[in-house]
Design a protein around this ligand. Structure first.
Ligand code: CP3
Length: 336
């Protein structure tokens, strides 16, 4: 069994390191494939290339886990919204249509995403058995931010527009949960060992909606993972001290910390859960000394509890791969 699974399943204190966005633009070997494949959705649906990209950081750094190269927006895509990735503008989706959204069909959904499941199968065969293959989904709220185009500036959502749309949000969220669970099931069937649930924009939810848009949907999906006995990791990014009530309510196997969460606070307040990550990815753009200092804070704080080494968000495209290598070596050689 991989270290990642051992830590999540048996709460064993051993070393395991992987990074969000470990397969991405900071790697020259990724940029090379990407330059020849300008349509990002098509690239995600190319099973052979998706598998090759997934394995790039494993080959380079011998990381403990691979995360399948895909995107959280493949689900809205399969549910009928067009998705385009414009350089520097982030992803843009065609407008949301409630009727066609509610008319989706499970068989059709699975068929559209078959290439992702095939990529998982191919990767699983090539991956050393000591390593985990991580599948993932975006949580309903984070998907809605893109599906309904709710984010008007970097850290604000447009609540007025959301309310003026008069959409039946509970119905939309439940429909999303149904398809997200199907996507998880399909990834498990194809060979995923662990599921990470990204709620990257949870921090933008107004307090009065946190329960219905974040805690309850994440809890339902986590419950599904538990029924399927698949280790799961939550990432409710940006909700600050509400990480504690999230953890008590959702009860995931693992929880990824964001850079705003102090390691000592996490240790004291997040119980019965394996902690993962936390280090600010922008630290990776600094000197080796600062990277080591940043990492030490986390490694030392969590030295005596099960901890999965990772960052507080994805690796930035400007990151020097050499710095990633240095960080991994520092972590692996750390004993103290
Ligand atoms: O290595 C991995 O982490 C696996 C693959 C992966 C990607 N996206 C590839 C990708 C994963 C797990 C994601 C998750 C994802 N996608 C999230 C949740 C995590 C997070 O970063 O908060 C979100 C919000 C998205 C949506 C998304 N996809 C955005 C906002 C963008 C554009 C901006 C950006 O961050 O790059 C993408 C594109 C994307 N997804 C790229 C990659 C490698 C870059 C594509 C390119 O232009 O080459």
């Amino acid at each position: 069994m991989s270290n990642l699974k051992k830590i999540l399943n048996e709460k064993i204190n051993c070393k395991s390191v992987w990074f969000m966005r470990q397969a991405g633009r900071y790697l020259p070997e990724f940029r090379e494939i990407r330059s020849k494949n300008t349509n990002f959705i098509e690239l995600c649906l190319n099973s052979e290339l998706s598998s090759e990209i997934t394995l790039q950081p494993i080959k380079r750094f011998n990381l403990d886990s691979a995360i399948i190269f895909s995107d959280i927006l493949m689900v809205p895509y399969a549910l009928g919204q067009k998705v385009v990735f414009n350089k520097n503008h982030g992803p843009k989706l065609s407008s949301f249509d409630m009727e066609s959204f509610m008319n989706n069909d499970e068989k059709e959904f699975t068929k559209k995403l078959k290439p992702i499941y095939k990529a998982i199968q191919i990767t699983k065969k090539k991956l050393n058995r000591e390593k985990s293959l991580i599948g993932f989904i975006g949580a309903p709220w984070t998907l809605l931010v893109y599906m309904l185009d709710l984010k008007k500036s970097k850290n604000k959502i447009d609540l007025a527009t959301l309310e003026s749309k008069k959409l039946d949000l509970p119905q939309i969220i439940n429909q999303l949960i149904k398809y997200l669970c199907l996507h998880i099931q399909n990834q498990i069937n194809a060979g995923a060992d662990v599921i990470q649930i990204f709620d990257s924009w949870a921090g933008l939810i107004p307090d009065e909606y946190l329960n219905s848009y974040c805690f309850i949907p994440n809890a339902k999906i986590t419950e599904f993972c538990k029924e399927k006995e698949i280790p799961n990791i939550s990432f409710p990014r940006g909700i600050k001290e509400k990480y504690k009530s999230f953890n008590d309510f959702v009860k995931p196997d693992g929880i990824n910390l964001d850079p705003l969460i102090e390691p000592q606070w996490a240790k004291k307040n997040l119980k019965n859960v394996v902690l993962q990550g936390g280090l600010d990815p922008s630290v990776m753009l600094k000197s080796e000394k600062e990277i080591i200092r940043g990492a030490t804070k986390y490694i030392q704080a969590f030295n005596d509890i099960p901890y999965i080494f990772n960052l507080g968000h994805g690796l930035l495209p400007e990151t020097d791969p050499d710095n990633v290598n240095k960080l991994i070596n520092f972590y692996r050689n750390f004993d103290g």
